[in-house]
Design a protein around this ligand. Structure first.
Ligand SMILES: *[C@@H]1O[C@H](CO)[C@@H](O)[C@H](O)[C@H]1NC(C)=O
Ligand SMILES: *[C@@H]1O[C@H](CO)[C@@H](O)[C@H](O)[C@H]1NC(C)=O
Ligand SMILES: *[C@@H]1O[C@H](CO)[C@@H](O)[C@H](O)[C@H]1NC(C)=O
Ligand SMILES: *[C@@H]1O[C@H](CO)[C@@H](O)[C@H](O)[C@H]1NC(C)=O
Ligand SMILES: *[C@@H]1O[C@H](CO)[C@@H](O)[C@H](O)[C@H]1NC(C)=O
Ligand SMILES: *[C@@H]1O[C@H](CO)[C@@H](O)[C@H](O)[C@H]1NC(C)=O
Length: 393
């Protein structure tokens, strides 16, 4: 393990000339994916932090599409169809303190994707963001010139007239793990294989816009099993237990190494989305002792609110690792702005994976999903921010 790790370190202590975390994007050249320019620290200071802001109510332009209009939303996210009585959660727009983000322009997005592939890689939260993007685009594409197909870990939405695809690839840890089956992955004893990114990475090669996320699946406790040698099923496999932060850091360092080796910064864009926050305990925001997001229809007003899980330490790991990147990765720092939105989860208004027991039905808090988000809803904002970063007007 030691030898391997020190090689990582060598790679990431390389000189960081002109490398920035939030690629400041130049005005886009039509039909080309705008690539980030390298800017000095002084310039970076003037840049607007679009992730620092507040939610404003907007009844005229929100939601950006209707739930019933978009056939691609999986039944785990269609809250209205599953009886959610309120719609206020759909009517908020993110307003950065220092600037205004551009309106999402589906035509412009599609033109920029002409002859190109965009792919979201990660877990079910990234799948939600992928579906949001498809919903944002699909109204601008005639019925007979689009398709949506899933094969194993890969789901592909095609806009035929544009020869463009928007795709989702299931890899909850990015690395190879024992939870990689796109359907059967509910394994409590999770293991990742050290350094093993190529198993999935070979499916991302040649993609023009990559959007990564990974977080939720690491949250199983204080430590994590990392496979060094052998297969997941082997009796005599070699494993080490490391802290969750170490395991997570190893995974995103491996991701960065893959990016540097396989992506051309002049042609492609890479995004990394920060942790999607859950709302599992009302006491975090001063609510009742046994509550969670169930029956929450209003957001958290405290602008300092952060929550109680290991988001802070994982954010620290991300900051340390990404700041050493030799590739301009655009960071979508959606954690805090989403943290306010305890009203935006699917809660009990979703298709359940298995039938509910009478005990559960009697106590809705027990089966409310306070991790995933209704669509349309919060995740459309994540894509508006992605759009803003892509075209930075
Ligand atoms: C959207 O983008 C297209 C293509 O660049 C442009 O022609 C159109 O005016 C834009 N629409 C809006 C509302 O800005
Ligand atoms: C369609 O796009 C792919 C890349 O996604 C490219 O390889 C191919 O040449 C394009 N085909 C046409 C007809 O433009
Ligand atoms: C699904 O993918 C596998 C390999 O990844 C391929 O062999 C198979 O033909 C694909 N099936 C369809 C229906 O496209
Ligand atoms: C990207 O473009 C710059 C200037 O156009 C060039 O100097 C550099 O070598 C290119 N990088 C790659 C990886 O092609
Ligand atoms: C839901 O919240 C409202 C107030 O916001 C409260 O009056 C009601 O009793 C709550 N319902 C349940 C089932 O907890
Ligand atoms: C993301 O935002 C949070 C709070 O809004 C901040 O504490 C953190 O430093 C930011 N992360 C990065 C990598 O900029």
């Amino acid at each position: 393990m030691k030898g391997r790790l020190s090689r990582y370190h060598l790679l990431f202590i390389a000189p960081l000339v002109g490398v920035i975390l939030y690629g400041e994007d130049k005005f886009c050249i039509f039909r080309r994916i705008p690539t980030p320019s390298y800017s000095s620290t002084a310039e970076k200071k003037k840049e607007c932090d679009v992730f620092s802001g507040r939610w404003v109510r907007d009844e005229t332009t929100r939601p950006l599409y209707e739930e019933w209009e978009c056939p691609y939303i999986q039944p785990q996210l269609t809250c209205q169809e599953h009886g959610r009585p309120d719609r206020d959660y759909q009517r908020w727009r993110w307003q950065p303190h220092q600037c205004t983000i551009p309106s999402f322009n589906a035509t412009l997005m599609l033109e920029s994707l002409r002859g190109k592939r965009m792919m979201y890689v990660g877990d079910s939260l990234n799948r939600g963001q992928f579906v949001s993007m498809v919903c944002l685009l699909h109204r601008s594409i005639p019925e007979d010139s689009k398709s949506f197909e899933t094969n194993g870990s890969l789901t592909v939405f095609t806009a035929k007239d544009y020869n463009a695809t928007v795709e989702f690839y299931w890899a909850p840890f990015l690395l190879e793990s024992n939870s990689d089956d796109a359907v059967v992955h509910r394994i409590s004893d999770r293991i990742v294989r050290r350094g093993s990114i190529n198993k999935h990475g070979k499916h991302w090669k040649g993609v023009d816009i990559l959007v990564f996320n990974t977080y939720l699946w690491w949250m199983t406790g204080l430590s994590f099993n990392v496979l060094i040698r052998g297969s997941f099923e082997d009796e005599d496999k070699e494993m080490v237990k490391v802290t969750t932060e170490e395991a997570y850091g190893m995974a995103i360092k491996t991701m960065m190494r893959w990016i540097v080796k396989n992506m051309d910064p002049n042609k492609s864009r890479v995004f990394f989305t920060s942790m999607s926050p859950s709302h599992l305990k009302s006491i975090d925001w001063g609510g009742e002792v046994n509550g969670n997001c169930y029956n929450e229809t209003r957001m958290i007003e405290d602008s300092e609110y952060w929550g109680s899980d290991c988001r802070k330490s994982i954010m620290g790991v991300i900051e340390r690792v990404l700041s050493k990147s030799t590739y301009p990765i655009t960071f979508l720092n959606i954690t805090q702005l989403s943290g306010y939105r305890k009203d935006a989860h699917t809660s009990i208004y979703k298709q359940q994976w298995s039938p509910l027991t009478p005990e559960q039905l009697a106590n809705p808090v027990s089966y409310a999903d306070c991790v995933h988000w209704c669509l349309p809803g919060l995740q459309d904002t994540w894509n508006e921010l992605l759009f803003a970063k892509l075209f930075q007007f």
